[in-house]
Design a protein around this ligand. Structure first.
Ligand SMILES: Cc1cc2nc3c(=O)[nH]c(=O)nc-3n(C[C@H](O)[C@H](O)[C@H](O)COP(=O)(O)OP(=O)(O)OC[C@H]3O[C@@H](n4cnc5c(N)ncnc54)[C@H](O)[C@@H]3O)c2cc1C
Length: 416
């Protein structure tokens, strides 16, 4: 639809065209035949500060959208495992395995510039989706307790505009304007990670695997190398906001210092060149999922605080929550109930489906702050094939991952 000719009334308004919002819009339009307005303050393709690791969960939603093959056509590298190193410098190589024939034994590293554009353009091309890029939402509109639309500014024309709908989906990321304008709870520092990243070319010794390094200088926190090609990688560092503030860490400086001084990286980065600006951004962790449903609204992805507290992975849950939001919205139309009475189903299902995984990851995040513990587990696993096999199985399966917080696993490790 040509800008300027659009109606200002829709079934659903989706604020933010990242993986969460674009997934929501596509499912609403295609599967549930809803008229959707997708508002996005940037123009796609746009960069998003991220590690670019795309997990099996993201791929399964992409497959549901019918666009999983598109990732093969843009810049990417397949990752067949994870390489971990302990604060002492012990290296552990764990291949991904999959017992499920429908799931691959690999993930992708795909720059978000490309990945997000695939998901966004798919949503934009849906017949029932009207998209306005360069539109920044500033607040939600309410009638009494019910959200009935949004207000914002077209950044091209400078014009203020209002749009109305039965439901508003806030998929506007970590600093969600929708959540803020609804006065939803603020996120405590212990539930945020702050990270920065840059792309480096010319790194040596990379394998087709993501690397997570628990190095002393950034404990508690980690340093990552996620290869996007055989020589180029997304390199970054992240820490809990509370630890960063307490220890007065400058993340950018800490990243450069790790690259220059850590014995594990010094040689590998000797001839590497930084090929992008260093960018920082926030990760709202699912160690505390925020209120994400109310009268006339739902939140998905980072706006709802759904990032894995251990790995920092959030794209999968953003897309997963977008798909679930579309289903609950469809049922809301069937019942003609756009209040919390029905929409609480969304929040309850999210908790039911994700709580176990997010809580397990939160325990691991807490255990991971203990250097002695990491040194011990990684050293044991590096020496024992059977422990590596167990860990590999645990990484492949959410339920089995729970074994990592079971004291029995560590008791067995004593004898491994
Ligand atoms: C440094 C870093 C590394 C990470 N590494 C990984 C990783 O390797 N793998 C992984 O799975 N996850 C990773 N994450 C987390 C991941 O980036 C997020 O979980 C994911 O982007 C969430 O998707 P989303 O659609 O909810 O939000 P976003 O991707 O943030 O999309 C939100 C969209 O809303 C738009 N928007 C914002 N405000 C407005 C407004 N007022 N009006 C209109 N539009 C608006 C934005 O422009 C944006 O396009 C990382 C995060 C960081 C910060």
């Amino acid at each position: 639809m040509v800008y300027g000719q659009e109606s200002n009334s829709f079934d659903v308004i989706v604020v933010g065209g990242g993986p969460g919002g674009s997934t929501t819009a596509s499912f609403l339009a295609d599967k549930y035949n809803k008229r959707v307005l997708l508002l996005e303050k940037e123009t796609f393709p746009r960069d998003k500060t991220c590690g670019d690791a795309i997990s099996g969960k993201s791929m399964s939603v992409l497959a549901d959208l019918g666009i999983q093959d598109k990732i093969e056509k843009v810049k990417h590298l397949k990752s067949y495992g994870v390489i971990l190193s302990s604060p002492k410098g012990t290296i552990l190589d764990i291949p991904f395995k999959s017992d499920d024939p429908d799931r691959h034994n690999y993930g992708y590293v795909c720059p978000r510039l490309n990945f997000d554009n695939i998901v966004f353009q798919h949503a934009k091309s849906r017949k029932n989706v009207t998209t306005i890029e360069k539109f920044s939402v500033s607040e939600v509109l309410k009638e009494g307790e019910q959200v009935v639309g949004v207000k914002g500014k077209n950044l091209v024309t400078g014009k203020e505009q209002e749009f109305r709908a039965k439901l508003v989906v806030g998929s506007d990321g970590a600093t969600s304007v929708v959540a803020r304008s609804l006065n939803l709870e603020k996120i405590e520092d212990k539930h945020w990670v702050i990270s920065c990243r840059a792309y480096y070319d010319g790194i040596t010794g990379m394998k087709p695997a993501i690397e997570i390094h628990f190095i002393k200088s950034v404990m508690p926190g980690y340093f990552w190398i996620f290869p996007t090609s055989t020589t180029e990688a997304n390199v970054g560092i992240g820490m809990l906001a509370s630890d960063m503030k307490k220890n007065k860490v400058n993340l950018e400086k800490a990243m450069y210092a790790a690259i220059e001084n850590e014995p594990l990286f010094k040689e590998r980065f000797k001839n590497a060149k930084i090929v992008s600006p260093v960018k920082g951004w926030n990760l709202p962790l699912g160690s505390k999922i925020r209120t994400c449903a109310g009268n006339g609204f739902l939140l998905v992805g980072d706006a709802a605080c759904l990032i894995d507290p251990f790995s920092g992975e959030g794209i999968g849950n953003a897309m997963y929550s977008g798909r679930l939001a579309a289903q609950v919205i469809h049922e809301a139309f069937e019942k003609n109930d756009f209040t919390i009475n029905h929409l609480k189903t969304y929040q309850n299902t999210l908790h039911k489906e994700l709580d176990y995984e997010l809580k397990t990851s939160y325990y691991l995040q807490r255990l991971g702050t203990v250097q002695f513990f990491l040194n011990w587990v990684i050293a044991k696993a590096a020496r024992s094939q059977s422990v590596r096999d167990t860990l590999s199985g645990m990484l492949a399966n959410t339920k089995a991952k729970g074994g990592l917080v079971n004291p029995l696993f560590y008791l067995k490790l004593l004898f491994a």
